[in-house]
Structures are given as C-alpha cells and as structure tokens.
Design a binder for this molecule. Structure first.
Ligand code: FAD
Ligand code: NAG
Ligand code: NAG
Ligand code: NAG
Ligand code: NAG
Ligand code: NAG
Ligand code: NAG
Ligand code: NAG
Length: 772
C-alpha cells in the first residue's frame, strides 16, 4: 500500500476537494488531538482568528448521518458499533470480579455520537468545589455564561405539555444563539408523569429548571436535539459543520496521534516504529453490561422497514455541500501561510511540546507535524492520559518499567479516575394504560406506527430515547439518618484506607481535600447524591453522583495502538455502595406511592426482602459505567496530584494543554457533555490573554467574556443536516463540477498517509484512499 505515492489531486479529485482530510501543512500554530466534544469546541474557537492555523487530528471516521446516529429512538444501539473504541475495564475486584465495558466515541464528534443525549450541567456547588480545589475562575458564575453560549435552546413545545411533564424552564439561564441545538423530543413516555407525582409524594422537589444550578430533585432533562428534524445534534454538527469552510482549519479523520514531540525530539522509540503486531482491537465489550438500557428493553432494529423516503434522518451527507468552496480555500490558505506569525516568548519550562507524531494504524509509518504555539489534548479521559504516558509524561517509575524515558514525572497522569457507577434495577410496569418503551420490542403494530410517525411528521416515540424524566435526589431527601451517617463516615475516613498502598503522597493529599468536600456534599439537601434514571418501562437505574472510589488508566504497553488498562476500581470505597443501597431502598418506597402504584410495578431486581448485605451484593453484581469518565488529568495544584493548572496547562511542559473531561478534578452531578462544551470554551480566554499580554487567567477572563466576544455565527443554511436546507444542498450539488458518489466521500476517512519530502509549503503529504 505504501507504494502508492501518487498525487491525490489526479487520482482522487473528490478527496482533495474536501476540506476534511485535505493534505496537511508541515506546521500549524495549534494542533488539537481528538475531535470529540472538547476538541471540536476548541477547534471552532481557535480558528475564529483567521491569522492562526489549526489542525485537528481525530482517530475515528466522520459519520455519514446514519439513522443509528441521528434518530433519538436508536440511542444506545451504536454502543459497540463502528464509532466505539470497544474498550473494557480490567477485572473489577471490588465488584464481582468481572470486567465491564467502557463505551467511548471514536469519530468526529466523539462521545456525542453514542451518548444518551441528556443535557445537564451539574450543580452550582460542584463548580465552587473546583475553585476550592485550587482553580480560580471555574465557579458556577464563571461557567454559566459559557454553558449558555453553547446552547441554542428551544423551550418545550407548548405550556400544557410542559405543565404535564413538570418542565419549568428558567429562560434566563439558557442561551439562544449557540451552536448546540438543545430542545425536547416531540414525544414523552407518559409513565414519567406518574414518576414525578410519586417523587413529589415523598417530598422530592419537582418542576424546576435542572440547568439553573440547583439540581437536587426531579426534572425532565432537555436533549441535544434539533427541534425541527428531531435528530441528534452532535459536536460535529454543532461545532464543525457550520465552520468547515474556514480556510485556517484543517481536520483529518482516521489519524491516531501516537506521541507528543518535545523540543523537536521523540521520546518513545517504540511508539515511533510501525509495528505489524500492534493491532488495535480493543478489549471487546463485556457481556452483561450492555449499557444505556441496562438489561431492559432493546428495540430490534432489523425488524424495521427501510426509511420511507429512502433517505437518512439527517438529509444528504453534509460533505457534498462543501466541495464548491475548495478553490477559494486553497487560495486563502496560501495567503494565511505567507503571513508572519507571532512566536511565544522562550521562557518557562525547558520541556516544550513542539508537535505530534501520528499514523492511521499501527502498521503505517508515523508522520510528524509541528505546532508553533501549542498542542492541545482532547482525546478524552481515557486516551489523553495514555498519550501523555506514551510520550514520557506521567508517573516516572511506571513509565521506566515499560522502557519509556520519563521526561516529566507527573504522578497524577491517569490517576484520580472517577465515573458515576450505575446500577440497573427492575420493577416492570404491568398497567398497559401508560406508554411503555418495551412495546418497541414486543408490539410490531406499535413499532410500525412509531416508525411511520417519525418519518411523516417527526413525532412519536422515535423522537425520544427511552430515558427522559430523571431525578437527582439528595441523601437527606431520601433518608436523613443515612445522610448523616454516610457523610460523617466520609468526613472521618482515612484517605489512605481505600486507595492502593502505592498511592503517591500528592495524590493522597488531593484525595483528602476531595473527601472533605464530598462529605459536605453528601449531607447537603440541596445537592444531588445520586441520579435516578427512569427508562419508563420499570427500569429505575440509580447512579452515584459523588463517587468516593478512585481508579486509574495505565499503560499496558509502550506501543500506541495497544489499548490502555482501565481500572475504575468501582466499589473500592464502601461508602459508594452504601449510597446506592439507600437509593435502591428508596426505589421500593417510590413504586409503593399512590401515583406509581397505578402503573402496577412489580419489584423484580433486587428482589423484595433483600437484606442490606444482599442489596450491596446486587450493586456489586450490576455496577457499571454511566460513561462519565473524568479526572485522569485533573486540574488541581501539583501538590494535590494535579496534572494541569487552572489554565489547563500541563505542569512542567511548555505549550501543552488538556481540555477534555479528564481535567475535571471532581465529576459534577450531571451528564458531562454540556459541562465539557462550557469548560473547553472558557479556556479560549487564556489563549487570548497569552497573545495579548502574559497575564494570569483571573485578570484576563474578561477579555473573552460573552459580552465582548463575537458570538459563534451559525448559519442555518450551512448546516445541511436540517430539513430546511435540503434545497440549498441540492442546488450546491447540481452546480458542482466535481460530482462523485457519496460513497467516495465516506471512504476518505481512513487514508494511509505517506510521508514525502517537503517540496511545497502547502502540500507535504499526499493521501491515498484505501478502498476495502
Ligand atoms: C454511551 C455513552 C452515553 C453517554 N450519555 C451521555 C448523556 O446522555 N449526556 C451527556 O451529557 N453525556 C453523555 N455521555 C458522555 C459525553 O458524551 C462525554 O462526556 C463527552 O463526549 C466527552 O467529551 P471529550 O471531548 O472529553 O471526549 P470524547 O467526546 O470522547 O472525544 C475524544 C475524541 O478523541 C479521539 N481520540 C482518542 N485518542 C486519540 C488519539 N490518540 N489520536 C486522535 N484522536 C484520538 C476519540 O476517537 C474521540 O473522538 C455519554 C457517553 C457515552 C460513551
Ligand atoms: C468496535 O466493534 C465494532 C463491531 O465489531 C467494529 O465495527 C468497530 O470497528 C470496532 N472499533 C474499533 C476501534 O476497533
Ligand atoms: C429481529 O427482527 C428480525 C427481522 O424481523 C428477526 O429475524 C429477528 O429474529 C429479530 N431478533 C430478535 C432478537 O428478536
Ligand atoms: C518552544 O519551541 C518552539 C519551536 O522550537 C519555540 O519557537 C518556542 O520559543 C519554544 N517555547 C518555549 C517556551 O520554550
Ligand atoms: C399514555 O399514553 C397512551 C398512549 O401512548 C395512552 O393510551 C394513555 O391514555 C396515556 N396515559 C395517560 C395516563 O395519560
Ligand atoms: C400494540 O400497539 C397498538 C398501537 O399502539 C395498540 O393499539 C395495541 O393495543 C398494542 N397491542 C398490545 C398487545 O399491547
Ligand atoms: C408500601 O405501602 C404499604 C401501605 O402503605 C406499607 O405497609 C408498606 O410498608 C410499604 N412498603 C414499602 C417498601 O415502603
Ligand atoms: C437548530 O435547529 C433548527 C431547526 O432545524 C435550525 O434552524 C437551526 O439552525 C439549528 N441551530 C443550530 C445552531 O444548528
């Protein structure tokens, strides 16, 4: 394959004609590693400045708007599919000894292609805790403008439905001009009405806006959903499609970054060598931990007829539209390149990130590209620490053990792994009077009607996932005595008690600081202790929002395509099991309320009469991820085991930042996409200031306040995923002089890139598309 060194513009006009995967320059101002939620946010924001060049490298492909990605009714079905890394944990010895799946997005858009589409920000005090852990500028009031800025919020469609489903929006905390469409499905499963009434009977607050900072209670969460087409709004649609024609932004898919380069040199010789045996295969998903639906109902996708229009939910592939822009882009790129660039003043740490090495797969020769300003890691909380360690940044002794030369001893890299462990519980509803997602599995008439409704009017069950109404109870809400007991046990816990004996003293100090904040949170009636995830069929899953267990991501090998060892150490801190035990006890009271009794629920798992020990045993058996991996490159002082400072700069390395969920020092009580969009955006201020003046983050945050920055302009016509723009796309396509089938476009995602000598500043690599 490597023999095919050809000029891409002759062989593959369509590939060259696309901004996605056009040949790369030898050097960029900024290189972003990973094109998920955080990476695309940063790419969008940095490339607003036309005088800088930005390259984003994403390991996975670009989606083609498949129904399984776009239609909310298919939530959960692409787990383990072609946009998943297929990772697994090591044996979870504090649970039942089995491994667990770790679904993670591997595509342009990352986790936002796989996720449950729930949109929540966590609570006010969650961010004050970040500040308390040494991060000025990250409080709720600092974050809120960025949370708002990310949203194009559409309120519930009518007041009556809002009233019925306890949706009480606070319009002042939402944004209306941002890139992510946030709205409600055109269909609600009506058993959640009974759920909210039942929760209210037991004194849980309902009917408030869950995104206004006070989370504790029950609420109907909005979705990252296009309100008109009722399709998933991924990070790629929100932050990339609308700006794909920026002449200073390069995005390459199918390219895995294998090493960060420092001071122009490679540290890990193993990573640089093409290795035929180093095939990425993931660990495979683990049986019994199927994901979003727990063990509950799963729609049989193959029972559905083809979509009536023969098209996709999203409309024609968005890539078609962009071909017209090509000539202009190449001309402008040349202009951009000829400009002189400002350079960062040489000062600070002697270790300096100067570029990256990357390859489409293990067997390919590595390529290098340099970054004149910064390398920004956005590969997610699992892969960012892996890449740092592969590059020599991490716990020195573990790196040495694998033959990697430690360039910076940072014991926190890969440690402090947090996740919301969730436990599926099962109380099937036997009253057919309410709508129930299990019908998608059992009643073909229901499925056919639902499918027809979706395609004819974008209404019905396929506009929603099974999960919609949820609750975030505090411990005092459900059991004041247990709240006091669990909280005081947490406050008096020896931080060493449940961490591995080898834990570095800095990490112990960090965990100690976290422990006292968590003890406070667990007894606060205004703060969520767990999430009750209602899948409307009797599945009342509970997930711990304040995990005390800490896990790790470590290297299995010095080879970059070998998956890392993921050990969340679920349940290692026994207080996590106690919180979930209380949550499960509360489920039994909940189904016993007048409102819930009408659904005729039957308690099946855990069984009626189970003792505390048996319930905790059940938790050990069923505990799995809620997909909220975070904390592995924590933003905390170095003395507390932190990896990045409050400007997200990696300690001891110049020109290297991390922007993904790994930087969250404590996982907030919410779902993470809205949080990471805000967090990745807030950091633009640091770049702005470092180029204006070398001022600290606090004093510069006003430079980039929402009021003084141009909003991200999103033109409806440039988002070909919307129904309203179908006409535009059709026009653009018919005008295009370089027509090729969409299939060509789709296959450009995994080119083998061949290193060539630099003969022209614009084209340093040629690309050969592999047709398989
Ligand atoms: C199954 C599932 C359900 C979820 N449900 C919800 C939900 O309902 N609501 C919610 O808010 N959140 C949910 N989440 C979480 C949310 O989607 C993630 O927290 C979010 O996507 C994290 O953003 P990120 O930028 O940190 O990482 P990601 O979005 O994971 O992006 C990281 C990207 O980096 C790429 N990458 C990794 N390594 C490399 C490398 N070496 N070189 C190049 N590229 C690389 C990956 O392929 C990926 O595209 C869910 C996640 C999953 C997986
Ligand atoms: C994950 O598994 C699916 C289904 O087998 C496959 O299509 C996909 O390529 C796998 N992902 C990776 C990164 O290997
Ligand atoms: C799914 O539907 C297909 C087609 O109707 C059928 O052949 C298959 O048996 C079904 N699978 C399950 C698990 O019900
Ligand atoms: C980092 O390296 C680049 C490229 O060699 C150089 O221009 C820059 O001054 C260096 N920065 C620091 C902080 O050492
Ligand atoms: C719930 O919806 C179903 C139809 O989907 C309807 O038959 C039923 O009357 C509704 N129940 C309530 C309590 O509104
Ligand atoms: C199947 O669904 C249809 C359409 O919603 C409904 O009329 C019918 O009662 C359902 N059948 C059963 C057995 O629930
Ligand atoms: C359910 O309600 C009945 C009657 O009010 C009560 O006797 C019983 O203890 C309740 N069970 C639970 C688990 O709360
Ligand atoms: C949100 O969806 C609407 C309706 O399809 C569309 O007009 C709008 O452009 C979308 N917003 C963004 C930011 O993409």
């Amino acid at each position: 394959m490597l023999g095919y060194r050809v000029c891409a513009s002759i062989l593959l006009p369509s590939a060259v004609a696309l901004p996605l995967n056009t040949p790369l320059l030898s050097s960029y101002d900024y290189i972003i590693v990973g094109g998920g939620a955080s990476g695309l946010t940063v790419a969008n924001r940095l490339s607003e400045d036309p005088s800088v060049t930005v390259l984003l490298l994403e390991a996975g492909p670009a989606d083609t708007g498949e129904d399984i990605v776009m239609i909310p009714g298919f939530i959960g079905h692409d787990i383990g599919g072609k946009y998943d890394w297929n990772l697994s944990t090591v044996a979870q010895t504090f649970l039942d000894g089995n491994a667990r799946s770790v679904p993670s997005g591997r595509a342009l858009g990352g986790g936002t292609l796989l996720n449950g589409m729930l949109w929540s920000r966590g609570g006010r005090e969650d961010y004050e805790d970040w500040v308390r852990l040494g991060n000025p500028g990250w409080g709720w009031d600092d974050m809120l403008p960025y949370f708002m800025k990310s949203e194009m919020f559409t309120p519930m469609r009518d007041a009556r439905t809002a009233e019925e489903y306890s949706v009480r929006e606070d319009r002042s905390v939402h944004g209306y001009a941002g890139p992510v469409n946030v709205s409600y499905p055109n269909y609600q499963w009506n058993s959640s009405i009974s759920l909210f009434s039942g929760l209210a009977e037991l004194g849980i607050p309902i009917a408030y806006d869950p995104n206004a900072g006070d989370v504790a209670g029950a609420s109907f969460l909005p979705f990252n959903l296009d309100p008109v087409t009722q399709t998933r709004h991924t990070a790629r649609r929100a932050y990339y499609d609308s700006i794909a024609n920026r002449p200073n932004l390069w995005v390459a898919t199918g390219q895995t970054v294998t090493q960060i380069l420092f001071n122009g040199a490679q540290g890990n010789a193993d990573a640089s060598t093409a290795a035929p045996s180093d095939m990425f295969v993931g660990q495979g998903s683990s049986p019994g931990t199927v994901g979003i639906f727990g063990d509950g109902s799963m729609l049989n996708v193959s029972s559905l007829p083809p979509s009536p229009s023969g098209g996709s939910a999203a409309g024609p592939s968005s890539t078609l539209h962009r071909r017209l822009l090509v000539t202009r882009i190449w001309q402008t790129r040349k202009t951009v390149l000829s400009k002189t660039r400002r350079q960062t003043a040489p000062s600070g740490p002697s270790l300096n990130a100067t570029g990256v090495e990357f390859a489409p797969n293990a067997q390919s020769l590595r390529q290098t590209i340099s970054a004149t300003r910064e390398v920004i890691l956005a590969a997610g909380a699992i892969h960012t620490p892996q890449l740092l360690m592969l590059s020599g940044i991490g716990p020195a002794s573990s790196l040495q053990a694998l033959g990697i030369t430690p360039l910076q001893d940072l014991p926190g890299v890969g440690q402090n792994l947090q996740d919301h462990m969730q436990v599926w519980c099962w109380y099937p509803y036997h009253n057919a009077y309410t709508s129930n997602p299990t019908e998608l599995n059992t009643n073909q008439t229901f499925v056919d009607e639902a499918w027809h409704d979706y395609w004819s009017s974008r209404t019905g069950p396929f506009t929603s996932g099974a999960i919609d109404g949820v609750a975030f109870p505090s411990l005092p809400h459900i059991n004041p005595l247990a709240a006091a007991s669990i909280s005081s046990l947490a406050a008096s816990q020896d931080p060493r008690a449940f961490l591995p004996p080898t834990t570095h003293p800095n990490l112990l100090a960090g965990f100690s600081a976290q422990l006292s904040l968590l003890a406070t949170a667990l007894q606060d009636p205004r703060r969520a202790a767990y999430e009750l995830i209602n899948a409307n069929d009797g599945d009342l899953t509970v997930a711990s929002m304040r995990p005390l267990s800490r896990g790790s991501v470590t290297l299995a090998s010095s080879l970059p395509f070998t998956p890392p060892l993921i050990d969340p150490r679920y349940g290692s801190n026994p207080l996590d099991l106690q919180v979930l035990r209380e949550a499960i006890r509360f489920n039994a009271r909940l189904i016993n309320t007048t409102a819930m009794s009408e659904l005729a629920p039957e308690q099946v798992y855990p069984p009626v009469g189970a003792t505390d020990e048996e319930v905790e045993g059940y938790v050990r058996n069923k505990g799995q991820t809620e997909y909220h991996y975070s904390g592995t490159t924590a933003m905390m002082p170095r003395e507390l085991g932190g990896v990045v400072d409050a400007e997200l700069r990696v300690y001891g390395v110049a020109n290297l930042r991390v922007v993904d969920t790994g930087v969250f020092p404590l996982v907030p009580a919410g779902h993470l996409q809205a949080v990471v969009y805000g967090a990745a955006d807030i950091i633009k201020a640091a770049w702005t200031s470092s180029r204006v003046a070398p001022a600290p983050f606090e004093s510069s945050s006003t430079v980039d306040s929402v009021a003084t920055t141009d909003p991200i302009v999103v033109s409806a016509a440039s988002d070909p995923g919307t129904l309203s723009s179908l006409a535009d796309v059709a026009t653009a396509t018919s005008e295009s002089t370089q027509r090729t089938p969409t299939a060509d476009v789709a296959t450009t995602e995994a080119p083998i890139a061949v290193p060539t000598p630099i003969t022209d500043v614009v084209v340093v690599t040629t690309w050969v598309t592999v047709y398989t």
